[in-house]
Design a protein around this ligand. Sequence first.
Ligand code: GDG
Length: 510
Amino acid sequence: MKKTADAPGEPSRPPPELGVGVGVGPGVALAARAGHNGTAGRHRFVVVASRLPVDRTESPDGEAQWRPSPGGLVSALEPVMRESGGVWIGWSGDAGPAPGPFTANDLDLVGIGLSADQVRDYYEGFCNATLWPLYHDVIAPPEFHRRWWDAYVTVNRSFAQAAVDQAAPGATIWVHDYQLQLVPQMVREQRGDVRIGFFNHIPFPGYEIFAQLPWRRQVVNGLLGADLLGFQRRSDATNFLRACRRAAGLVTRGATVRVGDREIRAAAFPISIDAEGLEQIARRESVRKRSAEIRLALGEPDTVLLGVDRLDYTKGIPVRLRAYGELLREGRLGPRVVLVQVASPSRERVGAYRVLRDVVEREVSRINGEYAEVGSAPVNYLHQSFPREEMAALYLAADVMLVTSLRDGMNLVAKEYVACRYDESGAVVLSEFTGAADELSGAFLINPHDIDGVKDAIVRAAAISPADARRRMRLMRRRVREHDVAYWARSFLGTLAGEPVRSYGGSGRA
Ligand code: GDG
């Protein structure tokens, strides 16, 4: 079976390689505690994520091989895993039997197996056609099917069982993202001794939207098996706390919820990138040369606008194209402007994604049909994935980065652009509906539903003075460098380690 498209946090192939150093946080050095049921494993740090940090390939003689596919998440957690004897539990992305425990690139991994039916009902169904649109403010209508929910429960149970089997007494278990929301409680039921953290990479919706989910109470209870719940923005954590009150009838106090004698905390931990590592790539001679080649190939325009997204309806690609098309018609960007749009293939077996591809490609053709001249097109559309060096060269080649998401947990692309701009030039047009908007105060913030506002921001960003660009870019670069992915992992694990877990005698602050 063809490999299914990427999961959030584990971007499209090939993923960016964001090597990073993270010191072992106190979260992985917890003393063993009583409370496990006697079947504990040997790992003191367990990562549970929907995807493994490796890709399965086949050798010419048909034997399975594993190739590292380092995304931001694996690079951030790898040092902690190595120092603490950690293990990573995830799915390979292929339908088939469970690969089980194995070692690749010196990391201990456990592969979960999904049948073809589970890929359809759990992954493409409940994850990508129920939860993804629901959690992104129903930009696309979510579908609710009981068979999909049943598959979600079953698959979550197999991830949870693997975590229970791998975790040493008193271990720290870090569960990632919306595909695995039931895992914390499923682990907690078997293991009172472990410390469990959960991080949600995508938004957590307002209650009026979340309430549509027929299984809202089960999802809230599933998450509440954790000791610490991390979200991208403060508003996501607030939305979750409200869901605890409304869907589960619980009492919240500040950032905490009480369940029996356990106190659970929900807070914002905005994810980031390996800013230093990416800047080093951008500074390479070969990458700078490539960036000049890109501008030359584009016909040395005065202004290069850039969009980089998975081809996903949350990213607002049609909004961007519409604004750009109108600006061309009105002549407000001058004649020598080009938009480069990387739209990496994603979830191509899900209906809404196929529709989106048609919409985007029709609009690109329309704009090029109307405004191209022989030998030059105003939109360079790339439905492909590129190596990270090529991405860095594109970031260097672009005068204005366009991020027009209708909803986005964080948006790492905006941070990557900023990290690459070591000469402090360039400008970012950024949707208010991204987590990054809370941090990148030097960006031109836009409401992607307001086309005139988007157009004005693009014009202002394209015409920015060097002094204003430098002032804004400095602000953003400071933020991204200080709050990088290592800082994110450290602060989450540190907070997780400091939380009291009353059911087995822990003490500390709430
Ligand atoms: C989810 C949440 C949250 C894209 N095309 C190529 C490529 N990429 C890389 C980018 C970036 C990543 O993929 C995309 O990350 P985003 O954050 O922009 O968006 P999602 O994939 O939707 O991620 C999001 C994130 O999880 C982390 O928590 O920020 O809100 O939706 O790193 O550079 N990389 C390469 N070639 C490509 O063609 N190498």
